[in-house]
Design a binder for this molecule. Sequence first.
Ligand code: UD1
Length: 424
Amino acid sequence: MAVKKGVPRIVVQGGNRLSGELSIQGAKNSILPLLSGTVLCQGESVLHNCPNLTDADAACRILTCLGCKCVREGGSITVNSRHLLNTDVPVELMREMRSSIVFLGAILGRTRECRLSFPGGCELGPRPIDLHVMALRKMGVNIEEEHGYLNCNAPKGINGAYISLSLPSVGATENIILAAATAKGTTEIHNAAREPEIVDLADFLNKCGAKISGAGTGAVVIEGVQALNGAEHEVIPDRIVTATYLCSAAITRGELVLKNADSSHISAIIPVLEQMGCSIYVYGDNRIYINAARTLNAPHKIRTSAHPGFPTDAQPMFMALASTLKGTTVFVETIFDNRFRHAQELSRLGAKISTHDRVAVVEGVQRLTGAELEATDLRGGAALVTAALFAEGTTGITGISHIDRGYDDIVGNLKKTGANITAT
Ligand code: UD1
């Protein structure tokens, strides 16, 4: 592939061993529902440890469009949602961020009406919202789908309900919690998602006056309250960014200390790295140390599943790493249909990967060699950067706007720990 002039690229000269310390940013998948949660509050909320991400900027633009005052100062975002002026989110803003659907439950909870454009498909295959819609209907919300829009209202108010999810959808669990926080009566969610970001959302809303229990388990109970006030809250560390830098250390057979990380959120990831031959120590004030052996062995099988299982969002970076290990790794992707697009790009570097539906077989090789690559989604893009750290010669990566959605200065962080990497 020829290098296109003027197109932003990340350029990596592979082969440098990483070493040093990095601080883990706040979690992208927390900040979005938290910002949405501020819509429920009749006052000011302050969120700390907010990463500088294009997805967070998009969420702030949605808040501004709703009439909230949203101001960022360094890592803190202050949202004043005392007066909400609008209940519609324009299609351009919805398109900017796939997960903008998480505003649905919050806007409905506050105003009992909402008009959003249908979020549509995405780079990981179709992204249905049937569970969100089913749950909100059960809570008394009228939802009509027409001309690509969801027109929602609940003139008689939102009622608590018993909701059993056929699968533990993260977004549906968040939308139900948001809509239920100020509903009439009690809502119970059965088979709720158990991700740490759900716990973070519940913690924030409880500080604001909500009554939510059981977050982090499959059974969440929300007792509706009259109204919420704003609160101050610190966003949890990003477990997928933590996984990315652990993979970066491992693929360069390097060593890193990750500060402000939460090892309890990556309990399915640490044993896989240890099985490969990495030494990992968790110590002190939220620090994780990793030191990779010179020769690492394939872990044989990685099967993604809902939390606390192996996260689908870490699968691409582990595939990059597996390409360089001794032996064969079989990946089974159980969450999304179309999540191996990075495999083809990794193959351009010399990785030996064959994919069949939701299974990918990766035969480790001793060398990868630099090439021109294109990121087509966020974590797939991070996987290409990870592989490029190992590949001999120069790798150029375009499509970096995907990476900017979820990584706060990945280039600066890798550079300061020894990578030869630049953004042009
Ligand atoms: C969230 C994360 C995303 C992660 C995913 C799975 C955010 C902003 N994004 O996405 O990074 O990859 O969890 O851990 O937090 N599904 C349905 N019907 C629905 C909803 C979901 O069939 O109504 C299916 C999806 O197609 C997918 C699976 O359920 O196959 C999991 O999706 P879900 O947990 O909802 O993911 P998101 O909340 O979109």
